[in-house]
Design a protein around this ligand. Sequence first.
Ligand code: DAH
Length: 336
Amino acid sequence: MIEDLRRLEREALAAIAAAAGLDELEQVRVRYLGRREGRISAVLRRLGRLSPEERPAVGAAANRAKTAVAEALKNRLAELEAVAAPDRDGVDLTLPARGRWRGTIHPVSRVIDDIWAIFRSLGFTRARGPEVDTEWYNFVALNTPLDHPAADEQDTLYLGPGLLLRSHTSPVQIRTMEQYPPPIRIIAPGMVYRRDTYDATHTPAFAQIEGLVVDEGVTFVDLKATLAEFARRFWGPGTRVRFRPSFFPFTEPSAEVDVKRVIVREDGADEETDWIEIMGAGMVDPAVLDNVGYDSERYTGWAFGMGPARVALLRHGVRDLRLFYENDMRFLGQFR
Ligand code: DAH
Protein backbone atom coordinates (compact mmCIF):
# COMPACT_ATOMS: atom_id res chain seq x y z
CA MET A 1 0.00 0.00 0.00
CA ILE A 2 2.84 2.32 0.75
CA GLU A 3 4.09 1.72 -2.79
CA ASP A 4 0.62 2.60 -4.15
CA LEU A 5 0.63 5.82 -2.16
CA ARG A 6 4.00 6.86 -3.57
CA ARG A 7 2.75 6.25 -7.10
CA LEU A 8 -0.47 8.20 -6.47
CA GLU A 9 1.52 11.11 -5.08
CA ARG A 10 3.84 11.18 -8.13
CA GLU A 11 0.88 11.03 -10.50
CA ALA A 12 -0.94 13.79 -8.63
CA LEU A 13 2.11 16.12 -8.59
CA ALA A 14 2.64 15.60 -12.33
CA ALA A 15 -1.04 16.33 -13.06
CA ILE A 16 -0.90 19.49 -10.92
CA ALA A 17 2.18 20.78 -12.74
CA ALA A 18 0.52 20.07 -16.10
CA ALA A 19 -2.79 21.75 -15.21
CA ALA A 20 -3.13 24.69 -17.61
CA GLY A 21 -6.12 26.38 -16.02
CA LEU A 22 -8.15 26.75 -12.86
CA ASP A 23 -10.83 24.28 -14.00
CA GLU A 24 -8.29 21.62 -14.84
CA LEU A 25 -6.57 22.09 -11.48
CA GLU A 26 -9.90 21.66 -9.67
CA GLN A 27 -10.48 18.36 -11.52
CA VAL A 28 -7.05 17.15 -10.34
CA ARG A 29 -7.91 18.10 -6.76
CA VAL A 30 -11.20 16.15 -6.89
CA ARG A 31 -9.51 13.13 -8.46
CA TYR A 32 -6.92 12.74 -5.64
CA LEU A 33 -8.21 14.57 -2.59
CA GLY A 34 -11.98 14.70 -3.20
CA ARG A 35 -14.00 13.56 -0.20
CA ARG A 36 -15.91 10.84 -1.96
CA GLU A 37 -13.89 9.69 -4.93
CA GLY A 38 -10.44 11.05 -4.19
CA ARG A 39 -7.90 8.28 -4.52
CA ILE A 40 -5.69 9.40 -1.65
CA SER A 41 -8.80 10.05 0.47
CA ALA A 42 -9.89 6.48 -0.22
CA VAL A 43 -6.68 5.08 1.21
CA LEU A 44 -7.12 7.15 4.36
CA ARG A 45 -10.70 5.86 4.71
CA ARG A 46 -9.53 2.25 4.52
CA LEU A 47 -6.96 2.67 7.34
CA GLY A 48 -9.53 1.32 9.84
CA ARG A 49 -9.51 -2.04 8.17
CA LEU A 50 -5.79 -2.48 8.48
CA SER A 51 -4.20 -4.45 11.27
CA PRO A 52 -2.92 -2.43 14.23
CA GLU A 53 0.66 -3.29 13.16
CA GLU A 54 0.26 -1.94 9.61
CA ARG A 55 -1.86 1.08 10.48
CA PRO A 56 0.75 3.59 11.79
CA ALA A 57 3.19 3.28 8.84
CA VAL A 58 0.48 3.38 6.14
CA GLY A 59 -1.35 6.18 7.98
CA ALA A 60 1.81 8.28 8.14
CA ALA A 61 2.56 7.66 4.44
CA ALA A 62 -1.02 8.56 3.46
CA ASN A 63 -0.93 11.78 5.47
CA ARG A 64 2.42 12.73 3.96
CA ALA A 65 1.06 12.18 0.44
CA LYS A 66 -2.07 14.19 1.22
CA THR A 67 -0.05 17.11 2.61
CA ALA A 68 2.39 17.14 -0.32
CA VAL A 69 -0.44 17.14 -2.88
CA ALA A 70 -2.42 19.80 -1.01
CA GLU A 71 0.68 22.02 -0.86
CA ALA A 72 1.35 21.58 -4.60
CA LEU A 73 -2.29 22.41 -5.38
CA LYS A 74 -2.08 25.62 -3.35
CA ASN A 75 1.11 26.80 -5.11
CA ARG A 76 -0.18 26.00 -8.59
CA LEU A 77 -3.45 27.76 -7.80
CA ALA A 78 -1.56 30.94 -6.90
CA GLU A 79 0.44 30.76 -10.14
CA LEU A 80 -2.62 30.26 -12.32
CA GLU A 81 -4.52 33.01 -10.57
CA ALA A 82 -1.74 35.53 -11.15
CA VAL A 83 -1.89 34.88 -14.90
CA ALA A 84 -5.68 34.70 -15.05
CA ALA A 85 -6.04 37.83 -12.93
CA PRO A 86 -8.21 39.83 -15.41
CA ASP A 87 -10.95 37.40 -14.50
CA ARG A 88 -10.69 38.51 -10.90
CA ASP A 89 -9.90 42.23 -10.71
CA GLY A 90 -9.24 43.52 -14.23
CA VAL A 91 -5.43 43.44 -14.05
CA ASP A 92 -3.78 41.52 -16.87
CA LEU A 93 -0.10 41.04 -16.07
CA THR A 94 0.55 39.60 -19.51
CA LEU A 95 -0.25 42.91 -21.29
CA PRO A 96 2.77 44.85 -22.69
CA ALA A 97 3.81 47.83 -20.55
CA ARG A 98 2.64 51.34 -21.45
CA GLY A 99 5.20 53.40 -23.44
CA ARG A 100 7.03 56.23 -21.70
CA TRP A 101 6.60 59.86 -22.77
CA ARG A 102 9.78 61.04 -24.45
CA GLY A 103 10.37 64.72 -25.07
CA THR A 104 11.66 66.12 -28.36
CA ILE A 105 13.11 69.41 -29.61
CA HIS A 106 10.45 71.54 -31.31
CA PRO A 107 11.05 71.58 -35.11
CA VAL A 108 11.31 75.40 -35.15
CA SER A 109 13.81 75.34 -32.26
CA ARG A 110 15.82 72.74 -34.17
CA VAL A 111 15.97 75.00 -37.24
CA ILE A 112 17.10 77.90 -35.01
CA ASP A 113 19.77 75.68 -33.42
CA ASP A 114 21.03 74.53 -36.83
CA ILE A 115 21.14 78.08 -38.24
CA TRP A 116 22.84 79.32 -35.11
CA ALA A 117 25.46 76.53 -35.27
CA ILE A 118 26.44 77.59 -38.81
CA PHE A 119 26.78 81.28 -37.96
CA ARG A 120 28.64 80.49 -34.75
CA SER A 121 31.23 78.62 -36.80
CA LEU A 122 31.53 81.78 -38.95
CA GLY A 123 32.43 83.87 -35.89
CA PHE A 124 29.02 85.21 -34.82
CA THR A 125 27.83 85.46 -31.20
CA ARG A 126 24.28 85.28 -29.93
CA ALA A 127 22.35 88.35 -28.78
CA ARG A 128 18.88 88.95 -27.43
CA GLY A 129 16.47 91.73 -26.65
CA PRO A 130 13.08 92.22 -24.97
CA GLU A 131 9.79 91.19 -26.60
CA VAL A 132 8.10 94.28 -25.14
CA ASP A 133 9.87 97.24 -26.68
CA THR A 134 9.41 100.90 -27.56
CA GLU A 135 8.57 102.72 -30.79
CA TRP A 136 12.11 104.06 -30.75
CA TYR A 137 13.81 100.65 -30.90
CA ASN A 138 11.21 98.93 -33.08
CA PHE A 139 10.80 101.75 -35.65
CA VAL A 140 12.42 105.16 -35.24
CA ALA A 141 16.02 104.10 -34.56
CA LEU A 142 15.66 101.69 -37.49
CA ASN A 143 15.02 104.65 -39.79
CA THR A 144 11.30 103.80 -39.97
CA PRO A 145 9.14 106.90 -39.43
CA LEU A 146 6.03 106.44 -37.28
CA ASP A 147 3.79 107.25 -40.25
CA HIS A 148 5.20 104.20 -42.05
CA PRO A 149 2.45 101.57 -42.57
CA ALA A 150 4.37 99.01 -40.49
CA ALA A 151 4.00 101.32 -37.47
CA ASP A 152 0.24 101.55 -37.95
CA GLU A 153 -2.07 100.11 -35.30
CA GLN A 154 -3.46 97.85 -38.00
CA ASP A 155 -0.15 95.99 -38.13
CA THR A 156 1.49 96.34 -34.74
CA LEU A 157 0.24 95.28 -31.30
CA TYR A 158 0.54 98.34 -29.03
CA LEU A 159 0.51 97.91 -25.25
CA GLY A 160 0.30 101.63 -24.46
CA PRO A 161 1.61 104.97 -25.72
CA GLY A 162 4.98 104.29 -27.38
CA LEU A 163 5.07 100.72 -25.99
CA LEU A 164 4.54 97.64 -28.15
CA LEU A 165 5.21 93.97 -28.77
CA ARG A 166 8.20 94.00 -31.13
CA SER A 167 7.10 93.31 -34.72
CA HIS A 168 10.54 92.04 -35.75
CA THR A 169 13.90 91.15 -34.19
CA SER A 170 15.61 94.16 -35.82
CA PRO A 171 15.45 96.27 -32.60
CA VAL A 172 18.09 93.87 -31.22
CA GLN A 173 20.45 95.46 -33.78
CA ILE A 174 19.98 98.85 -32.10
CA ARG A 175 20.24 97.54 -28.53
CA THR A 176 23.42 95.61 -29.33
CA MET A 177 25.12 98.54 -31.08
CA GLU A 178 24.18 100.85 -28.18
CA GLN A 179 25.87 98.48 -25.78
CA TYR A 180 28.99 97.48 -27.72
CA PRO A 181 31.42 99.28 -30.04
CA PRO A 182 32.22 97.74 -33.45
CA PRO A 183 33.15 95.18 -34.68
CA ILE A 184 29.74 93.46 -34.31
CA ARG A 185 28.82 89.99 -35.53
CA ILE A 186 25.58 88.75 -33.95
CA ILE A 187 22.69 86.35 -34.45
CA ALA A 188 19.50 87.17 -32.52
CA PRO A 189 16.66 84.63 -32.56
CA GLY A 190 13.37 85.43 -30.81
CA MET A 191 9.60 85.72 -30.95
CA VAL A 192 7.93 88.64 -32.71
CA TYR A 193 4.29 89.76 -32.83
CA ARG A 194 2.02 91.20 -35.49
CA ARG A 195 -1.64 91.97 -35.86
CA ASP A 196 -2.07 89.32 -38.52
CA THR A 197 -4.92 87.02 -39.40
CA TYR A 198 -4.38 83.47 -38.17
CA ASP A 199 -4.15 81.28 -41.27
CA ALA A 200 -1.96 78.71 -43.01
CA THR A 201 0.79 81.28 -43.75
CA HIS A 202 0.39 83.81 -40.88
CA THR A 203 0.42 83.58 -37.11
CA PRO A 204 0.27 86.63 -34.80
CA ALA A 205 3.28 85.33 -32.86
CA PHE A 206 6.20 83.78 -34.70
CA ALA A 207 9.96 83.28 -34.50
CA GLN A 208 12.53 85.36 -36.37
CA ILE A 209 16.32 85.31 -36.59
CA GLU A 210 18.19 88.56 -37.00
CA GLY A 211 21.78 88.83 -38.17
CA LEU A 212 24.04 91.90 -38.02
CA VAL A 213 27.64 92.58 -39.02
CA VAL A 214 29.34 95.96 -38.57
CA ASP A 215 33.04 96.62 -39.11
CA GLU A 216 35.44 98.71 -41.15
CA GLY A 217 35.47 97.82 -44.85
CA VAL A 218 32.39 95.58 -44.84
CA THR A 219 30.76 95.46 -48.30
CA PHE A 220 27.88 93.83 -50.16
CA VAL A 221 30.36 91.13 -51.19
CA ASP A 222 30.59 90.06 -47.53
CA LEU A 223 26.79 89.91 -47.34
CA LYS A 224 26.47 87.79 -50.49
CA ALA A 225 29.35 85.47 -49.70
CA THR A 226 28.30 84.86 -46.10
CA LEU A 227 24.63 84.24 -46.91
CA ALA A 228 25.52 81.98 -49.87
CA GLU A 229 27.88 80.02 -47.62
CA PHE A 230 25.14 79.73 -45.00
CA ALA A 231 22.61 78.48 -47.59
CA ARG A 232 25.00 75.82 -48.92
CA ARG A 233 25.82 74.57 -45.45
CA PHE A 234 22.17 74.51 -44.44
CA TRP A 235 20.57 73.07 -47.60
CA GLY A 236 23.52 71.32 -49.24
CA PRO A 237 26.39 72.20 -51.61
CA GLY A 238 24.22 72.29 -54.77
CA THR A 239 21.99 75.07 -53.39
CA ARG A 240 21.75 78.21 -55.53
CA VAL A 241 21.21 81.68 -54.11
CA ARG A 242 19.58 84.70 -55.74
CA PHE A 243 19.48 88.32 -54.50
CA ARG A 244 16.49 90.38 -55.68
CA PRO A 245 16.40 94.18 -55.17
CA SER A 246 13.95 95.16 -52.44
CA PHE A 247 13.30 97.87 -49.87
CA PHE A 248 13.58 98.04 -46.09
CA PRO A 249 13.82 101.39 -44.25
CA PHE A 250 16.91 100.26 -42.29
CA THR A 251 19.00 98.94 -45.20
CA GLU A 252 20.25 100.51 -48.42
CA PRO A 253 20.57 98.76 -50.78
CA SER A 254 18.12 96.05 -49.70
CA ALA A 255 17.58 92.59 -51.07
CA GLU A 256 15.30 89.63 -50.76
CA VAL A 257 17.22 86.37 -50.77
CA ASP A 258 15.87 83.28 -52.54
CA VAL A 259 17.28 79.76 -52.62
CA LYS A 260 16.87 76.97 -55.16
CA ARG A 261 17.46 73.64 -53.50
CA VAL A 262 18.50 70.33 -55.02
CA ILE A 263 16.33 67.49 -53.79
CA VAL A 264 16.72 63.78 -54.51
CA ARG A 265 13.60 62.38 -56.17
CA GLU A 266 12.15 58.98 -55.27
CA ASP A 267 13.74 57.45 -58.40
CA GLY A 268 17.15 58.68 -57.21
CA ALA A 269 17.53 61.52 -59.72
CA ASP A 270 18.35 65.09 -58.61
CA GLU A 271 15.70 67.73 -59.05
CA GLU A 272 15.87 71.49 -58.47
CA THR A 273 13.05 73.15 -56.53
CA ASP A 274 11.47 76.49 -57.44
CA TRP A 275 13.09 79.65 -56.08
CA ILE A 276 11.98 80.10 -52.48
CA GLU A 277 12.27 83.38 -50.58
CA ILE A 278 14.04 82.84 -47.27
CA MET A 279 15.01 86.25 -45.91
CA GLY A 280 15.30 90.02 -46.20
CA ALA A 281 18.77 91.54 -46.08
CA GLY A 282 20.80 94.59 -46.99
CA MET A 283 23.57 97.03 -46.16
CA VAL A 284 22.82 98.83 -42.90
CA ASP A 285 21.58 102.35 -43.71
CA PRO A 286 24.12 104.94 -42.46
CA ALA A 287 21.24 106.73 -40.69
CA VAL A 288 20.85 103.64 -38.43
CA LEU A 289 24.57 103.73 -37.55
CA ASP A 290 24.27 107.46 -36.78
CA ASN A 291 21.27 106.74 -34.47
CA VAL A 292 23.44 104.56 -32.20
CA GLY A 293 26.41 106.96 -32.29
CA TYR A 294 28.59 104.88 -34.63
CA ASP A 295 30.78 106.79 -37.10
CA SER A 296 29.01 105.98 -40.38
CA GLU A 297 31.92 107.39 -42.39
CA ARG A 298 34.22 104.79 -40.87
CA TYR A 299 31.97 101.77 -40.38
CA THR A 300 29.64 99.87 -42.69
CA GLY A 301 27.52 96.81 -42.06
CA TRP A 302 24.98 94.35 -43.38
CA ALA A 303 21.99 92.63 -41.81
CA PHE A 304 19.33 90.04 -42.45
CA GLY A 305 16.05 88.81 -40.99
CA MET A 306 14.68 85.31 -41.53
CA GLY A 307 11.63 83.26 -40.43
CA PRO A 308 12.71 79.85 -39.07
CA ALA A 309 9.14 78.50 -39.04
CA ARG A 310 9.02 78.96 -42.82
CA VAL A 311 12.33 77.13 -43.06
CA ALA A 312 10.92 74.31 -40.89
CA LEU A 313 7.89 74.19 -43.21
CA LEU A 314 10.16 73.62 -46.21
CA ARG A 315 12.34 71.14 -44.35
CA HIS A 316 9.45 68.89 -43.33
CA GLY A 317 7.04 69.45 -46.23
CA VAL A 318 4.40 70.85 -43.86
CA ARG A 319 1.73 73.02 -45.52
CA ASP A 320 0.21 74.85 -42.55
CA LEU A 321 2.29 77.18 -40.36
CA ARG A 322 -0.26 76.96 -37.54
CA LEU A 323 0.75 73.35 -36.81
CA PHE A 324 4.11 74.60 -35.52
CA TYR A 325 2.49 76.90 -32.96
CA GLU A 326 -0.48 74.88 -31.70
CA ASN A 327 1.60 72.43 -29.63
CA ASP A 328 -0.46 69.39 -30.57
CA MET A 329 1.57 66.46 -29.24
CA ARG A 330 0.35 64.18 -32.05
CA PHE A 331 2.02 66.55 -34.54
CA LEU A 332 5.14 67.42 -32.53
CA GLY A 333 5.78 63.79 -31.51
CA GLN A 334 6.65 62.98 -35.13
CA PHE A 335 9.88 65.03 -35.09
CA ARG A 336 12.09 62.66 -33.12
N1 DAH B 1 12.86 93.11 -40.09
C1 DAH B 1 12.42 92.65 -41.39
C2 DAH B 1 11.05 92.04 -41.27
O1 DAH B 1 10.62 91.73 -40.21
C3 DAH B 1 13.35 91.60 -41.93
C4 DAH B 1 14.70 92.18 -42.27
C5 DAH B 1 14.96 92.61 -43.54
C6 DAH B 1 15.67 92.26 -41.30
C7 DAH B 1 16.20 93.13 -43.88
C8 DAH B 1 16.94 92.78 -41.64
C9 DAH B 1 17.17 93.21 -42.92
O2 DAH B 1 17.91 92.86 -40.74
O3 DAH B 1 18.39 93.72 -43.24
O4 DAH B 1 10.37 91.89 -42.26
